[in-house]
Design a protein. Sequence first.
Length: 466
Amino acid sequence: MRCRQLWLTFLVAIACCWSSTVSWAQTNNVQRHVVVISIDGFAAYLVDDPKVPLPTIRRLAREGCIVEGGMTVSDPSVTWPNHTTLITGMQPGRHGVLANGVLVRGGIGVPVTIDPYRDQSDLVKVPTVVDVAHAAGLRTAEINWPCTRNSKSFDDQFPDVPDALAYTTPRLRSELIELGLLKDETQASFRSVSIVGLDYVWTEAACHVIRERKPHLTLVHLLNNDATHHKRGAQSQEAYTANAYADMCVSRIVDAIDNAGIREQTTIILVADHGFALTPKAIRPNVLLREAGLLTVENGRLTQAQVHVVPEGGIGLIYCTNPANASQAAADFKDKFLGQEGVADVLLPDRFEEVGFPHPRDYEQVPDAILVAKDGYAVSGSVTGDTFVATNEEAGTSLGSHGILASNAKMKAMCILSGAGIRPGMKLPTVNNTVIAPTIATLLKLDYSNTDGKSLLEALDNSASR
């Protein structure tokens, strides 16, 4: 409820100052454009892997600035939290997105679920840099960007949600049908194509919007890399093919910027939300909790739980459903699981600062403890099976995983800035992904300073501050 009240207050403020913000944009003659391209799961180590053909991405790096060794992402190192960090400059503990959806706590004994069918106002607790840009009269667009459903801050929108077409801007949806990129307005036909086909549609949709509308800020999110890395690992033959295809998608978007006649005014920011590691084994904590009588399984499904684990790749979020004994239950979990094969650590709330999480009493989506798997192991949410440790096939987890603590070097993400306002030939040491939103704000001359990260000024040339 408080989240919605904050959003209503923000929207009222926008309405009250709309005329002045439009005149602000006109007065400042904003000609700068920023295109953010996120290639999901593009680990930093792939940029220098000689087996990966990346002519466009490497050219943009040579012509601009690359963060050597990669960009440190936020915990949990999964898609929706980190894409929200990229456009808020805040850790997930501040912006509120801790999973690929809202973590819904029920009553005592009711397992926590993840609900992805939510609006931005349900997911994100703070205004994003896009909200500020739109309020300032700038044109904005997003293609497959998470946590943006029903946002009022995009002129063109094609959000990353399960029912994306229902929330796509009607004008854009009709144009994509006319262009033959969509068969019709139904989600079923859209999702009937392969993940490669989806990336093609999203890329061409971004190209269309850039050519036709020339947004000041465009967000694009591609997914094929992530899907392939999960299935085969990030340095497999199939993954190298996916990386090359992602480079071709980037090339198409660069061509669209050229065709729109805005190349000299456009900054391209190439990023990823997380890296990848191989996880041929998995741990199944819910199996031990089932054997201890702490959760109930009926017909292979979790139906009741005193304690259970929600998997996030290389970590597990531990929820104790009775608030009266949650602290003790979490401590008991730690005693039970530390020392088990595949378990690296169990974090209780007194250590949540290490991962940027608030205390669970301060935000109901926060878990009561965090299970950390060892390198090579993923955390499975499976409630069936007889053993704690299993192969990834038996446990139903992926060969390639993220969600591993962001302190692990394998989780570092690609970060390249190129084009208008960027110093050419720059190589910077590792930065945190909280720098992206304030850097966008600097490039677009926006006031967006209440962030965990600071603008990447060392990468910007003098024109960016004019």
